[in-house]
Design a protein around this ligand. Structure first.
Ligand SMILES: NC(=O)c1ccc[n+]([C@@H]2O[C@H](COP(=O)([O-])OP(=O)(O)OC[C@H]3O[C@@H](n4cnc5c(N)ncnc54)[C@H](OP(=O)(O)O)[C@@H]3O)[C@@H](O)[C@H]2O)c1
Length: 247
């Protein structure tokens, strides 16, 4: 397994992401919401994506109330498989912003943690679609715009437990290993460009998915979503590529 760099807990100076535009999938989720706020606090314009508009509106309102740059909302179901739908999404980003400096792939379907042979086939396909295939499709349509940025980031969220390929991690485990492979391949292919591809691993944390994968785990000592989001800002600022980051 690849070495993971632990990011320092120091606060970043303010306005580090001023005039940058980031697309965040899973922006209504635990890490997505906290990352949207942390990036916006640093001056970025964040495009909030998810399926649930009401939850996205709440994140939008939080950003607005804090006085950060006005966010945008793009409802989008990543279970969609047609490339054309993804192309339309990037068209609407282009029309509004003419710019994209990064994608944070934070949407995730956990499927079922259990024996491989008892996995429902349809759900397995959906897990792969949301967690891996949709990332491929989004990257594909966004890359031409990302490559126009002086410093672009594609960040994939993995899972400290699922990536170990142990019993019962099912489609979620397979998807995270595939996602890490996608990040490495892309980082290698884009090595000489301004686009940096990295994996972020939350680890033991107070995120909703961790509550599902580790029910009953004590909260004491777990990282907060805000701590993780501060680390996410540092990944956005990093000039490294093909790396694995945690905090
Ligand atoms: N141990 C670890 O390393 C660890 C621990 C926790 C989390 N993580 C990783 O961190 C990431 C974020 O976790 P989290 O706990 O913040 O997740 P979460 O709160 O469950 O949020 C998941 C997000 O994915 C979105 N989503 C799910 N299916 C979708 C679809 N079909 N189309 C569009 N959006 C969809 C949800 O949007 P809706 O509002 O539309 O449902 C929600 O915003 C995940 O990749 C997870 O694997 C790792």
């Amino acid at each position: 397994m690849n070495n993971t760099q632990t990011l320092p807990a120091t606060n970043s100076p303010s306005d580090q992401l001023k005039e940058r535009v980031y697309l965040i999938t899973g922006a209504s989720g635990g890490l997505g919401r906290a990352s949207a706020l942390a990036l916006a606090k640093q001056g970025a314009t964040v495009i909030l994506s998810g399926r649930n508009e009401e939850k996205l509106n709440q994140v939008y309102d939080q950003i607005d109330a804090a006085g950060y740059p006005t966010a945008a909302i793009i409802p989008f179901d990543l279970a969609q498989t047609e490339e054309e739908s993804y192309a339309q999404l990037i068209h609407s980003i282009y029309n509004e912003f003419k710019q994209l400096d990064g994608i944070l792939h934070l949407a995730c379907n956990i499927g079922v943690i259990g024996p491989t042979n008892s996995q429902d086939a349809e759900l397995w396909q959906k897990v792969m679609q949301v967690n891996v295939n949709a990332c491929f499709l989004l990257n594909k349509v966004c890359l031409p715009l990302l490559q126009q940025s002086k410093h672009a980031n594609i960040i994939f969220a993995s899972d400290s437990s699922a990536r170990q390929s142990k019993a019962y991690w099912g489609g979620y485990g397979v998807s995270k290993v595939a996602l890490e492979s996608l990040s490495s391949i892309l980082a290698d292919e884009l090595d000489t460009t301004s686009v940096h591809c990295n994996v972020f691993i939350p680890g033991p944390s107070l995120l909703p998915i961790r509550k599902k994968t580790h029910p009953g785990e004590e909260d004491a000592g777990l990282k907060s979503a805000e701590q993780l989001a501060d680390a996410m800002v540092k990944v956005c600022l990093s000039k490294q590529t093909g790396q694995y980051f945690s905090c």
